[in-house]
Write a protein that binds this ligand. Structure first.
Ligand code: UDP
Length: 488
């Protein structure tokens, strides 16, 4: 849209996976790449854009086109001098289709029709020098090869999770994944760069017995493509995953450039939220330091109503002040009242329940002393950056593996339990663990440890730190690679 990308700078096509936890780091990666001298075209799906526009109407109205129609989430960034454009593609379904309620139909489109849409877009754009695409897409290496450009796979989760998917064949070979009979239950000790991991710490998709689902097909194909990537750019930190990264790096250039946050952390220059953000500052400003529990299960997972009810009982019994984010579709978009009717009345004055918030702003408020989280990777990075210890309640996908990092390896979190396929929790445990995190010895220890991990993150992003150096090296290596070939 607007003016075309610069013809002197290498032009990158950057395509986030159309989920909130992927869009946020991808948008900030786009800003970093543009600031590093690339011309960037960022591609959202029409459905994602529609949802962002609805949620951020006021903000985006400032940047609406002359016709008042198209709202460009990067218009502000571009007016500050960054060479970054915004394009939309269809994902094969009508914009108003309920992707949360009909996840598998949506996934089928991602598997089959997205490729063609991106290919058609690439044909309409000025010459492209490189494709930066989320690792979960099933087509980027194939598309990049047909365009004669490098594929930079963008990984938004820990290197450990990347490595486990990357070595699925080894897990299969040893009977820890995809066995005809039951999968092995003993400790996994043969993966490069992963000294030992329990099968219960694998991602949920590697613990499933049915491996024929559409999500499995996506993962299998996506990692076939990842095996053909030219560069891996990852939102993690070298010092936190040294051995795992070194092992992947022996196979393919791997650049740990995280944590990728908005400049200034709490406020984003780009509108990325899919739901309207509530302001939580009134409650937070009125509470003592470290006294508020922040609760969120992220943007994607659903939670069963009876599980939410147990958690609600536990939160009430814990006596803690709280900010609780409950998306309108947390149980399912056909169930808009996820909490039991008594909860709001019984906890009035003690906490607030909101649909969505500016999470980074909430986490960095001094009143927040703990985070009951589903262990999404962005949430973990943001919590650590804010010095907030966690209580872990993973629900699916990488969240079990992420829990192993924060509870087992870094000791910055307390575990609330739950395993793949076992989304169960008892109200007594919720209340007790909240108490331990907010007021107990375990919380004190986790708070001390989180300071150490936070200083690792800060050091990585500082000038001369590992992530800064890795990013510079990546930019240099990519520029070198693209200058040696003519863009298509
Ligand atoms: N988030 C937010 N407001 C909320 C809840 C979440 O801005 O009320 C953001 C959060 O800061 C994080 C992202 O949404 O950047 C969620 O990503 P994560 O990897 O933690 O989990 P996912 O949603 O992918 O499961």
């Amino acid at each position: 849209m607007e003016d075309s990308p610069s013809t002197t700078k290498p032009h990158l096509l950057l395509i986030p996976f159309p989920f909130q936890g992927h869009i946020i780091p991808s948008a900030h990666l786009a800003l970093k790449l543009a600031a590093a001298g690339f011309s960037v075209t960022f591609v959202n799906t029409e459905a994602v854009h529609h949802q962002i526009a609805l949620a951020n109407d006021e903000y985006l109205a400032r940047f609406s086109g002359a016709d008042g129609g198209h709202r460009d989430i990067f218009a502000g960034a571009r007016s500050s001098g960054l060479d970054i454009r915004y394009e939309l593609v269809g994902d094969g379904l009508p914009v108003t289709f309920d992707r949360s309620l009909n996840h598998d139909e949506f996934a089928v489109q991602l598997l089959h029709s997205f490729h063609g849409k991106v290919e058609a877009l690439a044909g309409r754009l000025p010459p492209i020098s490189g494709l930066v695409a989320d690792t979960f897409f099933v087509w980027p290496a194939t598309l990049a090869r047909s365009l004669g450009i490098p594929y930079i796979t963008f990984w938004t989760e820990p290197a450990l999770v990347f490595s486990l998917y990357y070595h699925m064949d080894l897990l299969r070979h040893h009977g820890h994944f995809g066995s005809q009979a039951e999968n092995r239950k003993d400790t996994i000790t043969y993966l490069p760069g992963v000294a030992a991991i329990e099968p219960t710490d694998l991602m949920s998709y590697l613990q499933d017995s049915d491996t024929t689902t559409v999500v499995h097909r996506i993962i299998f194909k996506a990692f076939e493509e990842a095996h053909q990537a030219d560069f891996i750019l990852a939102n993690t930190v070298a010092e936190l995953e040294t051995e795992t990264i070194a092992a992947v790096h022996r196979e393919k250039p791997f650049y740990a450039v995280g944590p990728i946050f908005p400049a200034g952390f709490t406020r984003s220059a780009v509108a990325t939220s899919l739901w309207a953000e509530s302001d939580c500052s009134q409650l937070l400003d009125s509470r003592p330091r470290g006294s508020v529990l922040y609760i969120s299960f992220g943007s994607y997972a659903h939670v069963e109503k009876k599980v939410l009810e147990e958690i609600a009982h536990g939160v009430m019994a814990s006596g803690a002040s709280f900010v609780w984010v409950l998306r309108p579709d947390i149980v399912g978009s056909n169930d808009p009242e996820p909490l039991p009717a008594w909860f709001k009345k019984e906890t009035a004055g003690r906490g607030i329940v909101v649909q969505w918030c500016r999470q980074a702003e909430v986490l960095s408020h001094p009143a927040v002393g703990g985070f009951l989280t589903h262990c999404g990777w962005n949430s973990i990075l943001e919590s650590v950056w804010s010095g907030v210890p966690m209580l872990c309640f993973p629900l699916l996908t990488d969240q079990f593996t992420n829990r192993r990092l924060v509870v087992g390896d870094w000791k910055v979190a307390v575990d609330l339990g739950g395993g793949s396929g076992r989304m169960a929790v008892r109200r007594e445990d919720v209340a007790e663990k909240i108490g331990r995190l907010m007021r107990g010895e375990e919380g004190v220890m986790a708070r001390e440890e989180v300071k150490k991990v936070r200083s690792i993150l800060q050091g990585a992003l500082a000038g001369g730190g590992s992530s800064s150096r890795n990013f510079d090296r990546f930019v240099e290596d990519l520029k070198c690679r693209v200058s040696s070939r003519r863009p298509v």
